[in-house]
Design a protein around this ligand. Structure first.
Ligand code: D9A
Length: 443
């Protein structure tokens, strides 16, 4: 669906989408003049449009550190993902990557599209990295080293058990949480968060991505590695790819629900992590991806479409989340709303129905216990019926305008209709008001 179609279907997405577009324009104009920093920020916006904007809003010093951290991680990912690199070449690069960032002459060509540009011009990232404060450099170095070693470990190892799944997600995402907590602390604006809460922030995001991207990953040519743990899927099918075949739909959805239930474990720790943040920009930077994640989980739960196509939150909803996430009350509100949505989709016959229900209720309780739920503006789901109301209002206004036009350019019409149109011609404003009242009565 094009932007116009999407906006007509959800008229109140229009304003947040417009605001997001303006913010993107503004960010483009803010690209720094130095060539290495210009490259880094241009790259950041290319690989991650909306998240790049949220990074841009951080305080200057932290923003530079996060931008470089993000690009270093993307580069490491590009090496890990490139199936054309032989294992004996790949493993040493992953392990030594944390040292390469100090070396302006190092580069390794791999990846495709914008990632190839990032790899080919990596010297810009190194140059910028060397300008960061020592505290930031050490945090990025430490995390890159641990992540590279973890990725290397999993190059030849399948994700079998749920423990393997948690371990892999720790390397590629939990460590990002730990690294960001260190960067926040180094900026002097936040207390140092515990490793376990920081880890949960990454696991919640990464597990959501792994669930959402099932089809894309399984269909990739050449075959990419899969991260759904055997311990979960083997309860439902013999081979992971069997989940995508229509004859296994029932089992596939049960397996999906099992995966979503597993991801939900981390939600409460994420709420605690976010509630400890002080700086509003750091808070927004952390909260927006988390709300998108619980929204995506609610959308994916019990949804066979995960095995048929792409299941994503629509862009307008993303824009709304970016626009409306300002305080912890907004986060509790969003987590509460999406938990309600997920809860309403739980089917009694699902083998994990009880387990899922318990997790969802624990999240709802955490939101209620905060005491902030009633202070919020209506959010995401609550506002859904307003789309329809807006549509009815728009419909009646269009009707009123057509009638006014007809009455002004009146062709020869039967006397009864003429009488009716006279009313429009003489008092069009009154008639529009009348139509509007009628439309409000319909709501
Ligand atoms: C993050 Cl520096 C990520 N990952 C994300 C994005 O959020 C986290 C990669 C590098 C960095 C940060 C993130 C944000 C805020 C606080 C965090 C945190 O921890 C305290 O990381 C845990 O997804 C990637 C990992 C999950 C692997 C860590 C959000 C993001 N969103 C995409 C949307 C999408 O669908 O991927 O990148 C985007 O907006 O393009």
């Amino acid at each position: 669906m094009g932007t116009l179609g999407a906006v007509l279907k959800h008229p109140d997405d229009f304003y947040p989408l417009l605001k997001l577009k303006m913010a993107a324009r503004h960010a483009e104009k803010q690209i720094p003049p130095e060539p290495h920093w210009a490259f880094c920020y241009t790259m950041l916006h290319k690989v991650s449009r909306s998240f790049g904007l949220v990074i841009q809003q951080l305080g200057t010093e932290l923003r530079n550190a996060v931008c470089i951290f993000y690009l270093v991680l993307r580069a490491l990912d590009t090496v890990e993902d490139d199936t054309s690199i032989p294992t004996d070449v790949k493993v040493p690069i992953l392990k030594a990557f944390h040292r390469h960032v100090y070396d302006r002459d190092w580069h390794f060509s791999c990846g495709t599209k914008e990632y190839k540009v990032l790899m080919d011009q990596f010297h810009h990232v190194s140059t910028a990295f060397l300008e960061l404060g020592k505290g930031y450099q050490e945090a990025i170095d430490d995390i890159t080293q641990r992540m590279g070693a973890g990725m290397a470990k999993f190059i030849c190892k399948e994700v079998e058990t749920i423990d393997d799944y948690d371990e892999y997600c720790h390397y590629v995402a939990g460590l990002v949480g730990l690294g960001l907590s260190k960067l926040f602390h180094a900026s002097g604006k936040e207390d140092l968060a515990s490793d376990s809460l920081s880890n949960a922030m990454g696991l919640f995001l990464q597990k959501t991505n792994i669930i959402r991207d099932y089809l894309e990953d399984i269909n990739e040519i050449p075959k990419s590695r899969m991260f759904w743990p055997r311990e979960i899927w083997s309860k439902y099918v013999d081979k992971l790819e069997d989940l995508k075949y229509e004859e296994n739909s029932v089992k596939a959805v049960q397996c999906l629900n099992d995966m979503v239930t597993n991801a939900l474990i981390h939600a409460e720790d994420c709420l605690t992590y976010m509630s400890n943040l002080r700086d509003i920009y750091n808070f927004r930077f952390c909260a927006i991806p988390q709300i998108m994640a619980i929204g995506t989980l609610a959308l994916c739960y019990n949804n066979i479409e995960v095995f048929r196509g792409v299941v994503k939150m629509r862009r307008g909803l993303t824009a709304k989340v970016i626009d409306r996430t300002k305080t912890m009350a907004d986060v509790y509100g969003a987590f509460y709303d999406f938990s309600c949505m997920l809860k309403s989709k739980i089917d009694d016959v699902d083998p994990n129905a009880n387990k899922t229900l318990k997790k969802v209720e624990a999240i709802q309780k955490a939101c209620r216990d905060s005491g902030l739920l009633n202070k919020r503006k209506s959010y995401v789901i609550k506002s859904e019926p307003r789309y329809n109301s807006a549509m009815i209002v728009v419909f009646f206004i269009i009707l009123a305008v057509i009638f006014s036009y007809l009455s002004a350019n009146r062709p020869r019409l039967p006397p009864s209709l003429n009488l009716f149109l006279n009313a429009w011609m003489n008092q069009p404003l009154k008639c529009i008001a009348w139509c509007m009242s009628l439309s409000f009565l319909c709501l």
